[in-house]
Design a protein around this ligand. Structure first.
Ligand code: ARG
Length: 478
């Protein structure tokens, strides 16, 4: 019951560890006692998740020591075989994790030595846990950015699918949550597509900054041993090494940058979720969530709550919190490593898991929702959202736009006072508002015409939206 996915190490560690004080530090520190302190300082309950990264780093380090003539070939072979055995135990859920070995690095080293004997103790030459943990986090961040990017692409695919299916469906475009101008439903959905495209760009950038190996820093100052950090980086598929050993082990900017990128993803998914909640309300009725993405009420039989979107919206707070927590932890830390930095892991793991969960759930919800074009059309009726185009029409016939804007305003006021639509106002009354105002000008306010007229680049006309769809398809393919 001690596999990598088991939630926590039992208090006090595995049975048969009589002396919780004994361990790697036994040369300097007295044994015994301190159980509470060891539990408090241990990170094994959560950093066991880094075991694959840690083993990869150890294998590369062992090979480098061999190539540099710092370890004989048979020792390297023994270490590699031992590391494989450790991995097999962890994979099988039979690895004896111990709290008294503090973290994943010492747990693996202790078990390695148990399996292959004293040669296991040769692995840590010219290496510190400070470099190990930094390396593990670099490798984890690279993978996490790739996974989150793939999940972002799934949500984009769902949005694009709905946009393609939406055809020329219109709905009110809002500013200040007031009807502003009619837009194509596809245009609205694609706005989120392009936000998410930038999110992927930020994740690619964060992964690039993490594509560096800190191994060779040896705690902080470098080492007297002739190591070859560049070959280790190459072996691990990392793009380079740090030019400064103190920097290599004492910054977590690459984690902060990833958290920031995830937080921005969550801003976008939260806004989309909020729209899904609004749109599925009776007042809007623009979409009907699939039953699988809604829940009922324990008391009100009629309820169909857009739970998935609500939770997706709500979970943004956790990820923002993770970013704030690590920013605060790192602020004011003198160089080089401090145990404060151990706090980076839970924040990052939580943010990655939460963001992935939200993206996957929301992709399903967007993919399966049913848009209700009639409700969107009804929402446009009598909302005056085409009046900008009456002003534009007047401006084209020579009226200064400011004056044309006031004419539109006077027309709306008259309609509101008399309970009319612009098309119902008599020609005479129109002329009274302004000599250039006539039925032809008023016809420009028809929602479909308004949308068709928005031919400016990135605009909401069907042609411009079709271009956006082509671009979106291309961006998903590359
Ligand atoms: N468990 C530590 C962390 O997560 C790594 C060990 C750092 N080194 C040390 N001397 N405590 O950051």
């Amino acid at each position: 019951m001690t596999g990598p996915d088991r939630p926590a190490v039992p208090p006090g560690g595995a049975a048969g560890t009589a002396d919780p004080g004994a361990g790697i530090h036994h040369g300097r520190l007295g044994a015994g006692g301190g159980v509470e302190a060891r539990r408090f300082t241990a990170s094994i309950a959560f950093d066991r998740r880094l075991y694959r990264q840690d083993l990869a780093g150890s294998r590369a380090h062992a090979r480098m020591l061999g190539c540099q003539g710092l370890l004989p070939r048979e020792d390297v072979d023994a270490l590699l075989a031992g590391l494989d055995a450790v991995e097999a135990e962890i994979d099988a859920g039979v690895f004896p994790f111990r709290v008294e070995d503090e973290d994943i690095h010492l747990n693996i080293e202790r078990r390695l030595t148990e399996i292959i004997g004293p040669v296991g103790g040769r692995l840590h030459l010219a290496r510190s846990r400070n470099d190990q943990v930094a390396l593990d986090m670099h490798l984890f961040v690279k993978d996490a950015c790739r996974d989150v990017s793939a999940a972002v692409a799934s949500l984009q695919r769902a949005l694009l699918g709905q946009a393609e299916a939406a055809g020329d469906t219109l709905l009110p475009g809002y500013t200040h949550l007031q009807h502003a101008q009619p837009v194509l439903f596809a245009h609205h959905l694609l706005a989120y597509f392009f936000m998410l495209q930038r999110d992927k760009g930020r994740l690619v950038d964060a992964a690039r900054r993490a594509d560096v190996s800190p191994l060779g820093a040896a705690a902080l100052a470098g080492t007297s041993v002739p190591v070859d950090p560049a070959s280790v980086a190459l072996d691990l598929g990392l793009g380079g090494t740090y030019p400064n050993s103190m920097d290599a082990v004492s910054d977590r900017d690459f984690v902060l940058e990833t958290l920031a990128a995830l937080a921005i993803v969550m801003v976008h998914t939260s806004r989309l979720s909020e729209e899904m909640v609004l749109w599925s309300s009776r007042e809007f009725g623009f979409i009907e969530p699939a039953d699988a993405y809604a829940t009922g009420s324990s008391i009100m039989p009629q309820k169909k709550n857009p739970d998935v979107a609500e939770l997706a919206r709500g979970k943004s707070g956790r990820v923002f919190g993770d970013l704030m927590a690590l920013l605060t932890t790192m602020k004011g830390l003198p160089l080089a490593y401090h145990s404060d930095m151990q706090e980076d892991k839970e924040a990052l793991f939580d943010a990655v898991d939460t963001t992935l969960g939200v993206l996957r759930a929301l992709s399903g919800m967007v993919d399966t929702m049913r848009p209700c074009p009639q409700r969107m059309e009804v929402a446009l009726e009598g909302d005056f959202s085409g009046v900008t185009d009456i002003a534009d029409h007047l401006a084209r016939s020579g009226v200064p736009f400011r004056e044309a804007h006031a004419v539109g305003g006077r027309l709306v006021r008259l309609c509101v006072e008399q309970g009319l639509q612009p098309g119902e106002v008599s020609e005479e009354a129109l002329r009274e508002i302004h000599p250039a105002l006539n039925l032809e000008a008023v016809a420009a306010a028809d929602p479909a015409r308004v949308v068709r007229a928005r031919q400016s680049p990135g605009g909401t006309s069907p042609e411009r939206v079709a271009e956006q769809i082509v671009l979106a398809r291309h961006l998903l393919d590359v």
